[in-house]
Design a protein around this ligand. Structure first.
Ligand SMILES: Cc1ncc(COP(=O)(O)O)c(C=O)c1O
Length: 366
């Protein structure tokens, strides 16, 4: 079976470096919030292009929670999000007391700026874009609307590390941005991890206080904080991966370019890349009318697939119970969820594996 992903492949490419770092951290005698985290925060901010700051946290969900709190979201504030986003984004906003307000995405699966203004109310405080599948959102119109209405702009970059829009990486367009370093992510570690990035140093400093029991210095607590710290081992391993991320993204691009050139099946719609963007292929998402039929066909031929995700966040039971959403509320999103299929995509694939995926997809007749 060709897996949808195999995390050991990326690890194996740089195994010696990872193991050297793991031993260094284990022998250091310092395991939480130390030199590795501090260095990682500096190096990550620089790798994104500089002029910004980073706070390492324990995962992507808490990056959202702490980031939106540090930016000033308060109970009852509305935050506009895309209806086909990930539930963790909404949970982060809701745990900070905010209320997610949904809008439909564009044909590239990203938040469609054309739908924002109709969703603005007196309670709206921010727009939160999630750059889905490794592709940046078209930011210019989103930024213009935020400026016009005095709204904060948040970016969920859990799926878009080093994905540029007009030459700038995602995470640097708004007030604050959130990263997940969950192992499956393009820039993922070997356990949970996350980061908050902002050009506003005060926001990042507030996140650093919130992640550590609300403490600004030892045994001095100024806020209702959390324990949301990044550990030294993850930070050290992420520093190793950061040295190689460009090569890992190039591997993904090689796989994607072969899929794009060689998959020729009128029943399978290939992903498109927005002008001004470079896709980083967190997921290679095709559209097929008979989603389940296509998946079974490939599965019977030893090609694994996935759907990210079948149920949109507003139709998850927890959201239906809280807000009363129902099927039909966001038809464009539902049409996406009913037809998307992710093909195998990972840090490394053998040419024969790529060929097999292409051949099997091309032999699908519906
Ligand atoms: C878009 C998006 N936001 C947030 C998250 C949450 O990140 P984490 O799993 O690190 O909490 C994820 C990943 O799972 C994600 O894909």
């Amino acid at each position: 079976m060709i897996p949808i992903n195999d995390l050991s492949r990326g690890y194996n490419i740089y195994r010696d470096e990872y193991e050297e770092m793991a031993v260094e951290v284990l022998r250091s005698g310092w395991y939480v919030l130390g030199k590795q985290v501090t260095e990682f925060e500096k190096e990550y901010a620089e790798a994104l292009g500089g002029g910004c700051y980073c706070a390492g946290v324990d995962n992507g969900l808490d990056a959202i929670l702490l980031g939106v709190k540090a930016a000033g979201i308060e109970p009852g504030d509305e935050v506009i999000v895309q209806a086909n986003g990930y539930i963790a984004t909404m949970l982060g906003v809701m745990q900070a007391g905010g209320v997610p307000v949904f809008v439909e995405p564009d044909e590239y699966y990203q938040l469609d700026a054309a739908n924002i203004e109709a969703a603005i109310t007196p309670k709206t405080k921010a727009v939160l874009v999630t750059h889905l599948y490794g592709l940046a959102t078209r930011m210019k119109p989103v930024m213009e609307i935020c400026r016009k209405h005095g709204l904060m702009l948040f970016e969920d970059c859990a799926q878009s590390h080093f994905a540029p829009y007009k030459g700038t990486y995602t995470g640097l367009f708004g007030t604050v941005s959130f990263f997940s370093f969950y192992p499956t992510k393009n820039f993922g570690g070997f356990g949970d991890g996350g980061g908050v990035v902002s050009k506003d140093q005060a926001i990042v400093e507030r996140v650093k206080v919130l992640r550590n029991y609300g403490s600004d210095y030892r045994y001095h607590n100024i806020a209702m904080g959390y324990n949301d710290r990044l550990d030294e081992l993850q930070a050290g391993l992420l520093r190793v991966k950061l040295r190689h991320i460009k090569d890992l993204l190039a591997n993904r691009d090689h796989i994607a370019q072969r899929y794009l050139k060689e998959i020729k099946n009128p029943l399978v719609k290939l992903p498109e890349t927005t002008e001004g963007c470079v896709h980083t292929w967190y997921q290679f998402v095709v559209r097929v009318e008979d989603q389940e039929g296509f998946r079974s066909f490939l599965s019977e031929r030893d090609v694994a697939t996935d759907i990210a995700w079948k149920t949109p966040p507003y139709l998850q039971p927890v959201m239906v119970e809280k807000f009363g959403y129902k099927r039909g509320d966001y038809p464009k999103t539902e049409a996406i969820c009913d037809t998307i299929v992710s093909l195998p995509m990972m840090d490394y694939m053998e040419e024969e594996e790529i060929q097999k995926v292409i051949d099997e997809v091309n032999s699908y007749e519906g």
